[in-house]
Design a protein around this ligand. Structure first.
Ligand SMILES: *Cc1c(COP(=O)(O)O)cnc(C)c1O
Length: 415
């Protein structure tokens, strides 16, 4: 579901024509729909309302503080994977008690920062990390609340780059070592074991892998209970997919419908860490056609947004729908939508039958609200695009377009 719709042949973000936003803020431009974001976060709360839960939005999907603030106001917490993301979440007003912190490579400084901030829990990925957190917490005379991230060895049937729950990947503690690791953690002076965590991957469109992984985790939980270890938080991770190309995808309510019966009668708080399914379809990237060029059996549509602005097609061969902002009757041509970056891998769409475009036309790259701006870079010394939030007929600049002087900020030439 999203609120980017055509009206009289023109594409709107809620009540605002994208054309108006391009004129006011320039292109390339990220545009988010507040109404869509609100609906998505609410759909999670509604789906899990029968059970104590915290929805920790995965900040790596979209870390703009206006987005985080909006989600926080709607009850969300945050799942962070770095000190920088923790800083953003706190700055956006998300309460520390709703923040969980995952990631295989937390540094000492990041651990101290998170301990000082009093986050809900660290999701620990290795025995070494556990020992380091215990040591640092000891120095600070604190007890660190932790969950162990368990790798349930489940194939989520997604792209290998966004799959995490198989043994061969770097994430989590293997199932066979879990019990020992929990016992070890339990015996540590400056560790308080509060949870168990798993996250099996991203863009998962069916509920089955979640249920399979959860069953394994619950079996382990029962073993822990038998050993006198009680757990308060069950963190099932994120990973629910979105339609990029009208493909059927499970909704939060379908996920909850199969997950909640498994938790019945257990005295737990469920943590869910959705990222993509909250912001993915709530954002688009608006770009302008610079030039057209005939290629072999196709047309190159050269736009002012490149792989530095939106990396997913180049990185994962990901599909993003491309729509003309103004519909015409010019007919369709097979097109490659490419950017200005000096790399053959710089493309947004390949071999698409697209409405014949002209210089100066605007296009909208759909489903660009997750893992798009957050992955953007300054490659080819390109300033990062601006970001705008639309609410009804109003629009707000939530991140300024970078300037040329931003590009060299912090650099010096030695004397
Ligand atoms: C990336 C990530 C998420 C979010 O995944 P989505 O597919 O965007 O829902 C949640 N938890 C952890 C630990 C992650 O690394």
């Amino acid at each position: 579901m999203h609120l980017f719709q055509y009206r009289n042949g023109e594409l709107y973000a809620e009540g605002v024509p994208l054309r108006v936003l391009a004129k006011k803020y320039g292109t390339p431009l990220y545009v988010y729909s507040q109404g869509t974001l609100e609906r998505h976060i609410k759909s999670y709360h509604t789906a899990f309302k029968g059970y104590p839960h915290i929805i920790c939005f995965a900040v790596k999907a979209n870390s703009n503080i206006a987005v985080l603030n909006l989600l926080g106001k709607n009850g969300a917490g945050a799942d962070v994977v770095s000190g920088g993301e923790l800083y953003r979440a706190l700055k956006a007003g998300i309460p520390a008690k709703r923040i969980v912190y995952a990631g295989v490579g937390k540094t000492g400084d990041e651990i101290r920062y998170a301990l000082k901030s009093k986050i809900l829990m660290f999701n620990i990925e290795s025995g070494d990390e556990l020992a380091e957190i215990n040591r640092i917490a000891g120095r600070m005379r604190l007890k660190a609340p932790i969950a162990l991230r368990i790798n349930p060895d489940i194939d989520p049937l997604t792209h290998p780059y966004i799959s995490t729950g198989l043994k061969k990947y770097k994430f989590g503690i293997p199932m066979e070592e879990a019990l020992e690791c929990f016992k070890l953690a339990h015996g540590m002076k400056n560790i308080e074991v509060v949870g168990i965590h798993k996250h099996i991957g991203s863009q998962i469109t069916e509920v089955t892998p979640f249920v399979d992984a959860l069953r394994k985790i619950l079996k382990l939980l029962d073993e822990l209970t038998a050993h006198g270890l009680t757990i308060r938080y069950l963190d099932m991770g994120g990973g629910l997919g979105i339609p990029y190309n009208n493909e059927p995808t499970a909704q939060p309510r379908e996920l909850a419908k199969q997950v909640l019966p498994l938790l019945k009668g257990r005295d737990l708080t469920l943590v869910v860490e959705p990222g993509r399914s909250i912001t993915g379809n709530a954002g688009i990237l608006l770009a302008k056609v610079l030039y057209l060029k005939k290629g072999p059996g196709k047309e190159f549509v050269i736009v002012d947004a490149g792989m530095n602005d939106l990396m997913r097609p180049s990185l994962y061969d990901a599909y993003h729908e491309v729509l003309p902002v103004k519909r015409s009757r010019r007919g369709k041509v097979v097109s490659d939508v490419v950017g200005p970056i000096c790399e053959s891998g710089d493309f947004i769409a390949k071999g698409r039958p697209l409405q014949k475009l002209q210089q100066g036309d605007l296009i909208s790259v759909m489903s660009a609200g997750a893992y798009c701006f957050t992955m953007s870079s300054n490659y080819n010394a390109r300033p990062k695009p601006a970001e705008v939030m639309v609410k009804g007929r109003r629009h707000f600049l939530i991140r300024q377009r970078e300037t040329l002087s931003d590009l060299t900020r912090g650099e010096t030439i030695p004397k």
